[in-house]
Design a protein around this ligand. Structure first.
Ligand code: ZN
Length: 350
């Protein structure tokens, strides 16, 4: 097993990443999508050691399709003389990935990335997106200040790219930080593009539009969850009237919506749990439910475009608790009641 990177090496990763954001050339938003994809795939496919991580460009391309899918919808409220339209994500003509996805959506009538995968035209879309990923962001991501700093990977070879030793570890360790950097720069890029001025106006929900599952979809999903789980709060087990759809692993920890990660909770319980991980009794119950309802959850998730699958979600949860354990985190038991996340939590995943 390859040892994990030292503290100095981890700091070095962060400062080079920071430099990439500050000095990199971002003509399109692709590099942000690439960093988000590499961080997601590190969490979902990597492990807590210093090993390299081998990825195919098509795997990254699939993540691009997922990330840009909702961006093809028109944005804006049309008030104050603005006109809702697809946001422009390139300084020249519209980003090719967005154009390709828009074309596919118009032609196929498919509404979610999950449904898209089953469509006969999907492989051609993926090939074209993967080609763009290889020839643009993967090629240029590490160009900073007139030089190339290949600290993440060396290059694309036979449709694959290999994250260097320690890189996957650092993406996992600093995941929330990486996602926050990606999002704020991505939003900044869109806002700075003059051709978006007439679309944006004063709309202030750009972050939710770009990165979160729509409220309408969550309402539909909540209804389906109620049929599956009954009218009881996942945390306090008491009966509910109106319910919130709660991220079991909080969105602040892992910023991709996965069907199996959602549970129904009292709005009060949801609010009080907030960005904490749930304590062990909740975790055990959630893992049981994951096994018991894995197919049903996959199916209802697919209806509103939530993917991931039970195994991915289990790995994400295992990563989230291991990271919290390493950082001295606490689990939320009930309002005002927390317990320290100890080794016993990690045994739940054995
Ligand atoms: Zn409750």
């Amino acid at each position: 097993m390859i040892p994990i990177p030292s503290s100095d090496q981890q700091l070095d990763f962060l400062s080079r990443l920071q430099r990439l954001f500050n000095e990199g050339d971002f003509t399109a938003t692709y590099k942000f999508a690439l960093l988000a994809a590499l961080a997601d795939l590190s969490v979902e496919l990597g492990a807590d050691d210093g090993n390299e991580l081998d990825l195919s460009v098509r795997q990254i391309g699939e993540r691009f399709i997922y990330l840009y899918w909702r961006h093809t919808l028109p944005y804006g409220d049309g008030r104050n003389g603005t006109a809702p339209d697809t946001l422009v994500q390139n300084n020249g003509t519209q980003a090719a990935v967005l154009t390709a996805i828009s074309g596919f959506r118009a032609q196929s009538g498919v509404t979610t990335p999950q449904m898209a995968r089953a469509h006969p035209g999907y492989q051609a879309l993926l090939t074209s997106v993967a080609r763009t990923v290889a020839s643009q962001p993967l090629k240029y991501l590490q160009n900073v200040g007139g030089t190339t700093d290949q600290f993440l990977y060396e290059g694309v070879e036979r449709g694959r790219v290999r994250l260097k030793r320690g890189v996957c570890y650092c993406f996992r360790r600093f995941y929330p930080l990486v996602q926050q950097l990606v999002r704020s720069h991505w939003i900044g890029h869109i806002k700075a593009n003059q051709r978006n001025f007439s679309i944006l106006g004063r709309s202030d929900d750009l972050e939710a539009f770009l990165f979160e599952t729509s409220r309408e979809s969550l309402v539909v999903f909540g209804g389906l969850l109620r049929t599956l789980d009954g009218p009881y709060c996942f945390y306090c087990r008491r009966e509910m009237g109106p319910a919130d759809v709660d991220h079991f692993i909080p969105f602040a920890h892992y910023a991709r919506d996965l069907a199996h990660n959602f549970v129904l909770a009292h709005p009060g319980c949801n609010r009080r749990k907030s960005d904490s991980l749930a304590a062990r009794p909740h975790l055990e119950r959630w893992l049981e439910r994951l096994t018991k309802h894995q197919d049903a959850l996959t199916e209802i998730g697919a209806r509103i475009g939530l993917g991931g699958g039970p195994e991915v979600n289990r790995r994400v949860a295992s990563w989230a608790y291991a990271t919290a354990r390493a950082g001295g985190g606490h689990g939320w038991v009930a309002p005002g009641q927390y317990e320290s996340i100890d080794q016993g939590y990690l045994c739940c995943f054995a």
